[in-house]
Design a protein around this ligand. Structure first.
Ligand SMILES: O=P(O)(O)OC[C@@H](O)[C@@H](O)c1c[nH]c2ccccc12
Length: 279
């Protein structure tokens, strides 16, 4: 990984570590209890959608709109070659988001704790960790580093095998004081197509006790209602928000649709549990 090696040559791990442990803590991830939240994503390019920058005046304006629209966190791509991202984007985003008390999350293909520290140095409050790319001891190292820096982790799975690995890694961490969300990415990594059906197929295999995040392909208010019905507490939405000229409004509508659906589901459950009328 050339990017990682270049960064390490510029600043040693020890120097970076002492820099990040001196920083004030990042904004905390706050999810609406028993409701629904959205992690909004800023990416200027993607392999499946191509250029996504046309409706955006810049990273700062976009992430500010996301925060005002109610995002619980903002995911910022830092991978340069396929997603047009950079650590500068993350720093710009975190600087705008900090006074609004919304954490930024580094979205990249992280393989080394050094990159978690880089994210914290840029002001981020969270990182993505992709199960598929790493062995168990690496996943644990990344989780440990994030926990020490008081950052949340979105632990991303693609299939049942990844979910089993996530289960096993998480089972050994019950005593840790940390914030982890478990995500299921329903984009097929090779074909790049989205299979929303996988969100339903695999929901029962998601590790219990963690917020479950539906990742990729949520494009409409109906998709939001579908992921809520399946049982996800959070959706990660990128492309659709990047295409929007008014992401603040669209995000607000998506959140409202998801939260209304959660309320409707809960009152139906209460009616059923108390033996009230249900049609
Ligand atoms: O743009 P979408 O379909 O709303 O998807 C967002 C997000 O899930 C996707 O960007 C993503 C999920 N996991 C990743 C890992 C690396 C880069 C990107 C991703």
């Amino acid at each position: 990984m050339a990017r990682l090696e270049q960064a390490r040559a510029r600043e040693s791990e020890q120097a970076l570590w002492s820099r990040v442990t001196d920083l004030p803590p990042p904004p905390k991830l706050k999810l609406c209890p028993e409701s629904f939240d959205i992690i909004a994503e800023c990416k200027l390019h993607s392999p499946s959608a191509g250029d996504l920058s046309a409706n955006t005046t810049g990273v700062e304006a976009r992430v500010q709109a996301y925060a005002h629209g109610g995002a619980c966190a903002v995911s910022v791509l830092t991978e340069p070659s396929r997603f047009g991202g950079s650590l500068d984007h993350l720093s710009q985003a975190a600087a705008i988001l900090a006074p609004l008390h919304v954490p930024a999350m580094r979205k990249d293909f992280l393989v080394d704790p050094y990159q978690v520290m880089e994210a914290r140095a840029a002001g981020a409050g969270g990182v993505l960790v992709i199960v598929r790319m790493l062995d168990r001891s690496r996943i644990t190292e990344l989780l440990d580093c994030a926990a020490m820096l008081k950052m949340f982790v979105l632990l991303e799975a693609f299939d049942a095998m990844d979910l089993q690995t996530a289960h096993e890694v998480l089972a050994l961490r019950k005593a840790h004081d940390e914030r982890i969300l478990v995500g299921l990415n329903c984009r097929d990594l090779e074909k790049l197509t989205v299979e929303l059906g996988r969100l339903a197929e695999l929901i029962d295999q998601m590790p219990p006790g963690y917020a479950h995040v539906a990742e990729s392909g949520v494009t409409s208010l109906d998709d939001v209602r579908t992921v809520v019905d399946i049982g996800y507490q959070v959706a990660l939405v990128g492309t659709t928000l990047m295409h929007s000229q008014n992401p603040r409004k669209l995000l607000g509508e998506m959140l409202a649709a998801g939260r209304e659906r959660t309320m409707a589901m809960r009152s139906r459950q209460i009616r059923l549990a108390t033996g009230g009328d249900d049609e």
